[in-house]
Design a protein around this ligand. Sequence first.
Ligand code: MG
Length: 263
Amino acid sequence: MTKYVRFSPNRNAWPTVPDGSPLVRYGIVEGDTIYETDSLWSREKTEEYGLANVRLLPPCWPSKIVCVGRNYAAHAKELGNPAPAEPLIFYKPVSSLIASGDSIVYPPLSREVNFEGELGLVIGRQARNVSEQEAADYIYGFTIVNDVTARDLQKKDGQWARAKGFDTFCPAGPWIVPRSEVKSDRLRIRTWVDGALKQDGSMGDMIFSPGVIIAYVAQFLTLEPGDLIATGTPPGVGPLEPGNTVRVEIEGIGALENSVIQG
Ligand code: MG
């Protein structure tokens, strides 16, 4: 399994460093080592770094983070919502991205912050007006996303920009596994909080598959290489509190782990 990462040799780098910054490097993880490459898409290895000596960054630098709400019928139901007839799209700002190992900051503006473990799609080629059949070819690889949500503000605001958009509310990573190396379309998605299993779903239970989502989104906007799509969360969402550690694991991809601190 190839694991593509973005990282900085400076351990104090801020997570939202854009591509093009001299702080940003790309690499392939093998065991405890990162082999630097010259782009996110390259397999040409150059310098070598100890994984423990660098700072992982979010695995891609998207022009936009496109998210799908209520894409699992059982999750829609647990929050008292009907299953949608077509994909329900919203966005998270790029400023909400953090990497695995970074802290989710619990904002004083909310009293009800939830985790949502999700499969993330990373776009590899520009996509606009693509068919559902060919849409999967535009996926470069898979990663893991925690669509952290201030549930109280989501209900209060009526739209989701604030509830979904706080700084640190989009942990993603730790890496990207290329689509060509993922053979199943029923990957198991699990979320733990402090070691207690909270979500145990399968991407096979999505209402709208990755191909359907991409074709739908690419009808109204242009997806660019590096764009990130969060595909919705299985049932079992629940609260996070300062001091918790939340871990989202997707079979065959890896585990995204973040602690929660009070803001
Ligand atoms: Mg979600």
